[in-house]
Design a protein. Sequence first.
Lengths: 437, 177
Amino acid sequence: MIKVSLIRAMMVAAGMLAAVVAAVTPANAEVEININKGNVEPLPIAVTDFLQGELGQKISDVVAADLKRSGLFAPINKGAFIEKISNPDATPRFEDWKVINAQALVTGRVTQEGDGRLKAEFRLWDTFGGSQMTGQQFFTQPENWRRVAHIIADAIYERITGEKGYFDTRIVYVAESGPKTARKRQLAIMDQDGFNARALTNSNDIVLTPRFSPNRQEVTYMSFENQQPRVYLLQLETGQREVVGNFPGMTFSPRFSPDGQRVIMSLQQDGNANIYTMDLRSRTTTRLTNTAAIDTAPSYSPDGSQIAFESDRGGRQQIYVMGADGSGQRRISFGDGSYSTPVWSPRGDLIAFTKQSGGKFSIGVMKTDGSGERILTTGFHNEGPTWAPNGRVLMFFRQGAGSGGPQLYSIDLSGYNEQLIQTKGFASDPAWSPLLE
Amino acid sequence: MSRIDTPAAGRMQTIARNPVMIALVMTLALAGCASKKNLPGSAGELGLGGAGSATPGSQQDFTVNVGDRIFFDTDSTSIRADAQQTLARQAQWLAKYPNYAITIEGHADERGTREYNLALGARRAASTRDYLISQGVPANRMKTISYGKEKPVAVCDDISCWSQNRRAVTVLGGAGM
């Protein structure tokens, strides 16, 4: 798939990642956003309509919308553009773009190939540096035009921030409808910007907590099918479904191991929930915790060596960490209130969680030893964080007091740039897909 | 520029097949579940009938004259004194009508996270079952199931509703785990 451009590879090699932002970009310095600084000024960028026609304009609109929603870019109103791009391959008149303070400029073209495929190409220009930063082209079926736009937005994001993008990703979630006392739930999947939503299951049974496999081809989730609450595996391409394991009681809170070979989950027996894994090839199950408590919400570290989970073994729910074999179980959360739904960051350095304290529900992050707790958002009810694959953005669900149901929101790791994800009805339990490498 | 990136193209073709596949999933799933229907009483809407009108030994008799549900304190699985009286009546009734198997549904209020509430509901169902066992109801007549916070009966954003949703409901028949 998209490879890092040569210039970018050289830049990384030279250790030039830290640095400079928007306001004044010295001549010859590359346009760059340092997202390690937290709340940065969004970079003014001009995304011109791709040639030719309506589809080109739609693609550039999606690119601009992705960049804008990230909070790191400020697409400039097209009405302010001076130069009209008639040849996206020709060097633009940089002066015309500098005048409107466009730090970066995107030009592009969409054409139909003889075999019916769509060819989309774009160039990213550094207007103050007076140079092209990258240029790429893609082929796809015409109905995938939104996906091409997301891939282009990822390429721009990566080229300018030095970090992987997350626009060409999807969200699997629970679509909810109907009154609270008779709520209908369906697994659904959509693009990260809320478009292309489709149901994956019918609404006959309660379905909860879907999670992607690392290769994005499978989803593990919990279903009350046949009044037997169990963890399931769903193959997205074939639609094949199966119960995971042959457990004697309710299984819930599933998640994949980073290598995709195991599903980790809780098994309820009488009043106790303990954590088990099942190897998907050998079908062998392994018990990892053995307490009279509720041990649940397990989440692997990205290298697969450790597992974060929640337990009320000490009284209230708190976050614990253990080795992948169940060894060395230790509590890491010690703040006021209770902590639950730990999710290990794709970068490995942070654990996101839901915190209940003082009648409020917060989403926060802490280091993997429990230090450095930071609350990103607090309110009547926020729950269930999931990480964008680049570890920069989280999504969660929120139910406001007096609202009819939950909705999905994203927020930067910095705690800024909270955004509602538009869904047709109510939505909960989002899980962000990985990026395909 | 203009690097041609064939892997990306291939990847998109893979995705392009998905809508068809997903439509297939839907069709299969619908076909597979068409015959299912909700069990009476499982959503807890019963209990509105007049006491005198219930036929002895009927579901309505059990719901209205005995009481099909008990309530819990926040985050607690202890059987409260009022609940002990209800469960004692349930045990007597079940002894009188020994043909009924029962399912105990455990529920939590909305003021917790989803996974924990599933386990909490299961704990409440288990402690209710254990209490009924202590009152002489054979264990093999009982099944339990937890719905966590997914099936509230009272809908508002304060304790007047939450306290009604923290419950264990004894359902005649039903299908537990």
